[in-house]
Design a protein around this ligand. Structure first.
Ligand code: 5GP
Length: 216
């Protein structure tokens, strides 16, 4: 009986978590996303398509699918995106098919998307979506991190700082809001959120059958 119950439990299925991480650029989101992916084998990542130029060190197909405006428009017209948005002067979109494939394979999916994407995804997938917003400890600290990153021109950094205030104003569209003043602690908190969300009763789809067998 115990053995059956245990092996049944092993078969318990759960709904995948659509795990959204948003922040103004430079708040440390990419570092946390990278650490999370390295640490969580059941977590896949959604690679967005973008029309923005590739930065030094970025890899096409890994960081983004870098496409031109014409191709982006075609993808949008062919309903290949789960969501898409204008961010700065560029377009960014989440391709639908890879997300479906990861969920079908029993994985959770990590999305590094902005508040517009988080909002759209929540409209589409509701309770499956968990939205986490990461704040910088201060605006001067954010600028400092962008300057140190040395991947953008001064004009681009100014534009990102101007946009950061707008991004931050959307904090209340998120389920969790964290301040990244210590990257290790922030990472641990993000991991705790993911694991607690995985355990939610609403995600345990095999629970009714399991309980029936348990109490038979
Ligand atoms: P970056 O150009 O710094 O890589 O990204 C700029 C912003 O676009 C970030 O806030 C990032 O989260 C957001 N972003 C990246 N991919 C997507 C996407 O597919 N959809 C949406 N809505 N935002 C995205």
């Amino acid at each position: 009986m115990l053995e059956n119950a245990l092996s049944d439990r092993h078969d318990l299925k759960r709904r995948g978590v659509l795990f959204v991480l948003s922040s103004p650029s430079g708040a440390g989101k990419s570092t946390i996303a990278r650490k999370l992916l390295a640490d969580e084998p059941e977590l896949g990542v959604s690679v967005s398509a973008t029309t923005r130029p590739m930065r030094p060190g970025e890899v096409d197909g890994k960081d983004y699918h870098f496409v031109d405006l014409e191709e982006f428009r075609r993808m949008a017209a062919d309903h290949e995106f789960l969501e898409w948005a204008h961010v700065f002067d560029n377009r960014y979109g989440t391709p639908h098919a890879p997300v479906d494939a990861m969920l079908d394979a029993g994985q959770d999916v990590l999305f590094d998307i902005d508040w517009q994407g988080a909002q759209q995804l929540h409209q589409i997938a509701g309770g499956d979506v968990v939205r986490v917003f990461i704040l910088p400890p201060s605006m001067p600290e954010l600028r400092d991190r962008l300057v140190k990153r040395a991947t953008d021109s001064v004009e681009v950094i100014d534009a990102r700082m101007a946009r950061a205030a707008n991004e931050v104003s959307h904090w209340d569209g998120y389920d969790y809001v964290l301040v990244n003043d210590d990257v290790e602690r922030c990472f641990r908190d993000v991991k705790t959120i993911l694991n607690a969300e995985r355990l939610k009763r609403s995600r345990q789809t095999g629970l009714i059958g399991f309980i029936r067998k348990l109490t038979r």
